[in-house]
Structures are given as structure tokens and as C-alpha cells.
Design a binder for this molecule. Structure first.
Ligand code: SAH
Length: 670
């Protein structure tokens, strides 16, 4: 593994881009081997944009936070620095590389020993870590030019202020809850003259000590399985067992076989029902969502199915299930990695059911099938131009011209983002925005089928979002994630608007898109939002967010991006996770309704967590499962309901061969 390159990237992408300018800090972070400050099995994650677990249930801070604090403290070479909460020793090493002397205090002797060992090995002679309560400071070594606290307390201890040199700066997370703080900077202007600034919301582990919080159970952050283990066999299991409603088996599409779907009738008053999945390759999740969708369509008038797939692929399915001919040759769809996510036997069955359902209905009463995702830049460009070629060749010429800005990047849209970034401006933004605006303004002029217009409009929207998405990729993951989920929400809103008063939608997407991000690490640590959250916040009508989970079984996934699909064993869920509690409840298949209600107060309280939750996408890495696939969440706030399959099996990818009896227009190209 090339750590030097990762280090450079970390500094450029996570730190410089976010505005940290202190040369000394940037230079130090380009040099210090952060991978040596974490356990061996976590080395490959050492340069990720996040905190990581270290011993004693603590964390090594996110690189950006280390840089931000030192930048705020205006640390420079002559400074004497005190750090409270040395943890891994990484921040102390950065400070040591910049300043003249560093005094670091750590509460856990185990961590002090590890940190001192690392610092010694790396040749530091100006950094000392000792075990103790840092809230009292280090009187013998005072005064300090810089005091940094790597853990959050209820207030800035008076004793620490007294240990600041004139002109000295203290940076510390402060908050009245143990789990949420604001980063505060105090500058000592004179003997009793302190100036205070608020640098914004942050999330640190608690500062435990005389002038901090009292030690108590549950102090350790989520990354500590041990704390959870002790709590296990707990109220959550008992409450789940009490509240879980066993579900019938998932069979097929026989007319009288709708018991599974009926269990979800209670959500039918929602305008949008969002159905999640905790992997992209579990058959039960697809079949359950198909059964629920079928019931919502047949019995409750739902008329839109919107899925986490690219618009043009889904549009081909939509034409097929609505018995509309395609203007161009039927395209073989879902060819981009991960193909099995949609090209699988469960989706195939569902598509055929949709087609049958629509067969006897007029266009206004048919169900539509649509894609919310934005990874089809090229095909969407082509679709807009093809459409205009048919209805307005002159405008097609203008579209060609405008989109030509992106054509050189057809094969490598990420390269476009890089180039735009280097030039320092959004090279094609205006062209793609103008194209969308023109389509919208002139919609009434275009002749022909309204569905074709809507298709072109969404493709133009996709091109506009994708242009911004590929640029945002270089500003860090939160921005591009947010753009993607905002795009999904925008498309969903367009779909609802196009159907008018009667619009009711079912959405299929991963739990990470559907479970309200404000109640997971995504929103709380990384400022990420998602589709489920946006629906709750901005749709006028009620919505239902339904998550899915499993304990063990098999899953279709790849080891790396673009690698072949494999059927892998899903490891049993971790102690202390929501999944483990569901497993311990001992019911193979159930629905857990968690909506606020008098009868459910105890259930909700017992589940309030936060606890770990498993997220498997198209990549599954069982060896590093804890860090690749688990994150903290508060289940009853994240979802309205949770659907459980204790054991589950992998989806079956569709074969490439043709099948007798399937119409030639069938977009799966079988
Ligand atoms: N700078 C560290 C961050 C460690 S997390 C790094 O990058 O690795 C914060 C640390 O503060 C934890 O290790 C925790 O044990 C420690 N801590 C909490 N309260 C403390 C106190 N009163 N005195 C000293 N250390 C404390």
C-alpha cells in the first residue's frame, strides 16, 4: 500500500480543500505516518476521512479535525503546547513536528504506553505523554502558548485558562451534552482578559475528569463493542420479541398470495413508501419489496415505482411494462457494474408482474417504473439529443453544441471533475444548466408523446446533476453524496408532480439512502443528508421509511469495485448491533413497527441506542467487516419500521442467454 500517496491525498482533499492553510501543520501531516498510530488491521483505513477506533474504547481523531484544531490554535514553531487526550499520540506527533515542545496527557495508561512507544520509534524527543487527568492541566510545565483538548467537556475549566501564556490560545470542544459539542477557541488577551469564539458544531468523545464529565457507563463511543456486549441480552431484545409481528413466507405472484403485502397496509396512507435494503444482493429484500409494492399498487392505488438505478435503464423497463414501443432499438439495460443489482431473477419476476398488471389498464392508470440515480451521463446526453432530433432538429443542434463540452470525458467523467477543479471553475455548468432550462421553458412547443418529453427532461436534469456530481467528488465525499441524494429527491418530486393529485410512490433504495440520515453517523458525523430525510422534511404528505436487515446467510457482492460478482457468506451480526438484538429475539421473519404510539413507548426507548447497524453495498469485505460495514444509528428515529430476515440468501444474477417465449423487446436482453 502506498501510504505516502494516500497521505498527500488526505492533506489535499480532506484538509486543504476545506480551507486549512497553516503551512506547518500541512507539512507535518504530509510526513507523519498515520498508519502507525492505528492497529494493524485498520492500516488500510488510516487515511480515510473519519475517526477510527483505538484501544480502551477511544478514537483517533479524523485527520481534518486534528488540522482544524491546530489551524485554529495558530500553532507555530516556537510554541509550547499542551494536549489533553493524547489517545493514539497522532495529534501530539503532529504538534511535535510543528512546535518546540509538547506535553500530552492521557487518562488511559494503556494508551499512554502505546503512544509513547510510537513517538519514540519515530524519533520524537520533544513530545512527552503522561497518564493523568488533563482537566487539571499540567501546572509544572505551564504556561502554554497552545492548549488543545481532544475530548469534549461541559465547559472550559478555569485552571486551564490560567495555564495559558499571554496571547495563548486554547481550542476545545464544549457542549452541555456528552455527545455533541461546539469547538470553542479562547485567546488570552491579558491577565484576566479572555476572548472566546465559536468554530462550529463537532462530535468528540467525552472529557472525563475533575473539571470534565463524571465517568459513567456508556461513555465509550459506538466503536466499542465491549460496552455493548455488557448491555446485551437487554431490554431491546425483550421489546423486539414483544413487538415483532411475524411475517408469512414469501411466495410468488399468485392472485391469492398477498398475505405478506397485507401486513404493510398500515403504511398505505403515506404518499411515498420508501423500502430499503441492507445489502444490494439479498433475494429476500427484493422479493419482500416486490410483495409490498404489489399490494400497495393493487389495493391502494400506488402508481410510481422509483428505484436506485439510472434513469435511462429504468426508462427502458418503463416502456416495456407499459407496452410502449421504443423509438430506437431496444437497449439492453443494466450493463454497468454492479449488474446483479437489477439484472437478477427477482427483479425479472417483478418486471413481468408489472407488465401483466399494466396490460389491461389505460396509460393514466398504469404503474410507471423509474430510476433516481445519476451515473448515466453519456446515455442521458444521447437520450436528450435523440429526443430533440425527433421533435426539433434545430434545438438538437444546440444540444449537441452544449453537451460537446462534456463529450471528451465520455469514458472518464471523473477526469472531467479533476480538470474543472484544476481550472478553478465549473467548465460545463452553464451549458448543461442552459440546456435543462431551455427544455423546461419550451416544453409546450415540443410535439409528440408527453412521456417522451418527460423522459428527455429527466435526462437533461441528470446531466446537470452529474456535471456537478463529478466536480464535487473532489471536494470530499459528503458533497458528492449530498448532490446524489438531492438529485434523487428532485427526480422523485418531478415524478410525483407529473402524476398530479393521485400520485403515490414506492421507492426502492439502500437503507443508507432511505433511513433518515440525521439519526445515523452519516448526518451526525459527516454532514450527509439522504433521500429519506429529504422526503420527511420536504414532502407535503406523510411518508413511511422502512428499513430491512438480516443476521446471516449469503449475499451477492464483489470484493472491489468493478470486480466480478461472488456469492459470499454474510458473517453473523456483531454483538451489540441492532441486528444482533433482532437475531436474539428469535423470530425468523418479522415486521417491527416503531412509529410513535403509546403502545410502543417502551419499544422505542429500548431501541433508542445508538447502536451499530450493518450496511453492505455492492462491495462486501468480511475481513474488515466492523469498519467497512457498520455504523452507528438510532433505529426508531431512522426508520418507521424495520423488516427482518434472520437468514437470507444471495440474489441470482440473470444469465446472458436468451429464454424462449420472452418478447424480443424485453430490455433485459435475455
Ligand atoms: N488526539 C487523539 C484523540 C484521542 S480521543 C488522537 O488523535 O488519537 C480523546 C482522548 O481523550 C481519549 O483517548 C480519552 O481517553 C482521553 N481523555 C478523556 N478525558 C480525559 C482527561 N480528563 N484527561 C486526559 N485524557 C482524557
Amino acid at each position: 500500500m502506498n501510504f505516502q500517496a494516500q497521505r498527500e491525498r488526505m492533506v489535499d482533499q480532506q484538509i486543504v480543500r476545506r480551507g486549512v492553510r497553516n503551512r506547518h501543520v500541512l507539512d507535518a501531516m504530509r510526513k507523519i505516518p498515520r498508519e502507525q498510530f492505528v492497529a494493524d488491521e485498520l492500516r488500510e483505513f488510516a487515511y480515510e476521512d473519519s475517526p477510527l477506533p483505538i484501544a480502551a474504547g477511544q478514537t483517533i481523531s479524523q485527520p481534518y479535525i486534528v488540522a482544524l484544531m491546530m489551524d485554529a490554535a495558530e500553532i507555530c514553531p516556537a510554541d509550547r503546547v499542551m494536549e489533553i487526550g493524547a489517545g493514539s499520540g497522532y495529534a501530539a506527533a503532529v504538534a511535535g513536528a510543528v512546535a518546540s515542545r509538547v506535553y500530552a496527557i492521557e487518562r488511559h495508561a494503556e494508551l499512554t504506553a502505546l503512544a509513547n512507544g510510537r513517538l519514540q520509534r519515530l524519533g520524537y524527543t520533544n513530545v512527552e505523554v503522561r497518564t493523568g487527568d488533563g482537566t487539571a492541566g499540567w501546572a509544572e510545565a505551564a504556561p502554554f502558548d497552545v492548549i488543545l483538548a481532544a475530548a469534549g467537556g461541559p465547559s472550559v475549566p478555569e485552571v486551564l485558562l490560567k495555564q495559558l501564556a499571554p496571547g495563548g490560545r486554547l481550542v476545545m470542544p464544549v457542549g452541555d451534552s456528552r455527545r455533541k459539542q461546539h469547538l470553542i477557541k479562547v485567546t488570552r488577551r491579558g491577565q484576566d482578559d479572555y476572548e472566546q469564539e465559536d468554530l462550529g458544531p463537532v462530535l468528540f468523545v467525552p472529557l472525563i475528569g475533575e473539571h470534565g464529565w463524571a465517568a459513567q457507563e456508556g461513555d465509550a463511543p459506538a466503536v466499542v463493542e465491549k460496552a455493548y456486549q455488557e448491555r446485551d441480552g437487554d431490554a431491546a431484545v425483550i421489546q423486539i420479541r414483544r413487538a415483532a409481528e411475524p411475517l408469512p413466507a414469501l411466495n410468488g405472484y399468485a392472485p391469492d398470495d398477498d398475505a405478506f403485502g397485507r401486513a404493510f397496509d398500515r403504511f398505505s396512507s403515506a404518499q411515498v413508501v420508501l423500502l430499503g435494503e441492507s445489502t444490494h444482493g439479498t433475494s429476500e429484500f427484493y422479493r419482500a419489496r416486490a410483495a409490498i409494492t404489489r399490494r400497495l399498487v393493487e389495493a391502494h392505488g400506488f402508481n410510481i415505482v422509483a428505484v436506485e438505478a439510472d434513469w435511462p435503464d429504468a426508462a427502458a423497463i418503463d416502456r416495456y411494462i407499459r407496452h410502449r414501443s421504443s423509438e430506437s432499438d431496444p437497449e439492453v439495460v443494466f450493463q454497468r457494474f454492479p449488474t446483479w443489482m437489477w439484472r437478477n431473477t427477482d427483479v425479472d419476476d417483478f418486471v413481468h408482474w408489472l407488465r401483466d398488471h399494466n396490460a389491461t389498464r389505460d396509460a393514466d392508470h398504469q404503474v410507471g417504473f423509474h430510476g433516481l440515480d445519476l451515473y448515466s451521463l453519456n446515455r442521458s446526453i444521447r437520450a436528450v439529443i435523440d429526443y430533440l432530433d425527433r421533435v426539433d432538429p434545430e434545438t438538437a443542434g444546440i444540444a449537441r453544441e452544449r453537451y460537446s463540452c462534456l463529450t471528451p470525458w465520455a469514458r472518464d467523467p471523473a477526469g472531467y471533475g479533476r480538470m474543472a477543479l484544476n481550472k478553478g471553475y465549473a467548465v460545463c455548468e452553464e451549458a448543461v444548466t442552459d440546456m435543462l432550462r431551455e427544455l423546461l421553458e419550451r416544453r409546450l412547443e415540443f410535439v409528440g408523446d408527453q412521456n417522451d418529453y418527460l423522459d428527455a427532461e429527466q435526462n437533461a436534469r441528470l446531466v446537470r446533476s452529474a456535471e456537478a456530481y463529478y466536480r464535487a467528488m473532489y471536494y470530499g465525499s459528503a458533497e458528492s453524496w449530498n448532490l446524489r441524494d438531492t438529485h434523487m429527491f428532485e427526480i422523485l418530486r418531478q415524478l410525483l408532480a407529473a402524476r398530479g393529485q393521485d400520485a403515490k410512490a414506492v421507492v426502492w433504495a439502500h437503507n443508507s439512502h432511505i433511513g433518515d440520515a440525521r439519526h445515523t453517523e452519516m448526518g451526525q458525523l459527516r454532514e450527509e443528508l439522504n433521500l429519506g430525510q429529504l422526503c420527511r422534511q420536504h414532502l407535503p404528505g406523510p411518508v413511511a421509511l422502512i428499513g430491512f436487515g438480516t443476521h446471516t446467510g449469503t449475499v451477492a457482492a464483489a470484493s472491489n469495485w468493478d470486480s466480478p460478482m461472488k456469492v459470499m457468506e454474510v458473517r453473523p451480526s456483531l454483538e451489540g448491533s441492532y441486528e444482533r438484538a433482532c437475531h436474539q429475539a428469535g423470530i425468523g421473519r418479522f415486521l417491527l413497527d416503531m412509529r410513535e404510539d403509546e403502545d410502543r413507548t417502551e419499544l422505542r426507548e429500548a431501541l433508542m441506542g445508538p447502536r451499530l447497524e450493518r450496511f453492505i453495498g455492492v462491495i462486501y469485505r468480511p475481513d474488515t467487516e466492523r469498519f467497512s460495514h457498520y455504523a452507528e444509528a438510532v433505529l426508531p428515529q431512522q426508520f418507521d419500521a424495520f423488516v427482518w430476515f434472520d437468514t437470507s440468501r444471495a440474489v441470482e444474477a440473470l444469465p446472458g442467454k436468451s429464454r424462449p417465449g420472452v418478447p424480443e423487446t424485453y430490455p433485459f436482453g435475455l
